[in-house]
Design a protein around this ligand. Sequence first.
Ligand code: PGA
Length: 253
Amino acid sequence: MRKPLVAGNWKMNKTSAEARELVAAMLNPLREIAGVEKVLCPPSTSIPVIASALTGTDIGLGAQNMHWEEKGAFTGELAPNMVKEFCGYVIIGHSERRALFGETDEHVNRKLRAAMKAGLIPIVCVGETLDEYESGRTGEVVSRQIKLGFADVDSASASRIVVAYEPVWAIGTGKASSGENANGVVRQVIRRALSEAFNENVAQSIRVLYGGSVTASNASEFFSQPEIDGALVGGASLKPDEFVAIAKAASGR
Ligand code: PGA
C-alpha cells in the first residue's frame, strides 16, 4: 500500500560536471528497478543539469532545502516555485540544517506548508541527538518535532508527505540504528504523532523512511521492517553501485 521510496541526499558534494557523471553511472541500472520511487537530491547548482539527464525516466529529483516565502529579499535562498520548476521533491528540516543553520521546528513547519502549497513532495527529517538518545528522550523529541513541524497542515493532502526518521547519532557515523530500534520509533512515536496531527488513516498512509549510515549491506535490515518504507541515503548515494543496490533491496520489500 505504501510504495517504497529511496532518496539520495548528495549534500554539498559534486560540481555539475561531476554530478552529470555520477548520474550517468547509475541511470540505467536505476531505471531497471521497478516498484520503488527513486529520487536524487543534488546540490542546487546541479539541479538543472540533473533535471535534463532524468527527463523521460521514472527517477525523481529533489532539492535539499528551500525557503517558505514566494519571493523577495532572502539572499541565498530558493523559493518553492523555483524548486518546483525542476523538482518534484524537497528535503525539509535535515538535522544538518537544524544543527548548523539554526532551523527550528517553526521553520520546518513554514517550509512544509509552503512545499505542500507548491505541490512538492516534502521529505521531512526528524530524529534525536546522541544525548537525547542516551537519556531516553527519543520519544519526547521526535513527537515534538512532528507536532510542531506538522501543525496546520491540511490532512486531505497530508498522505503526500514523506517522513525520514534520521537519528542524528547515526548520520555519517557508520553507526546505523538497528532495524528493530528504528522500526520501534516509527511505530511507537512517529505514526502515533502523525495520527494525532492528522488521523489514523493518514498516519498509516504516510511513508516513513530510515536514514543514517544506510549502506548496501544493511539496507535490507531496514526494508524488512514493517513500518519502514525506504531510506534517505547520504554517503552511500555518492557511490553508484551502493545506491543502486540499496534501491534494489527496497524493490524486494
Ligand atoms: P548518511 O546520511 O547516509 O551519510 O549517514 C544520511 C542523511 O544525512 O540523510
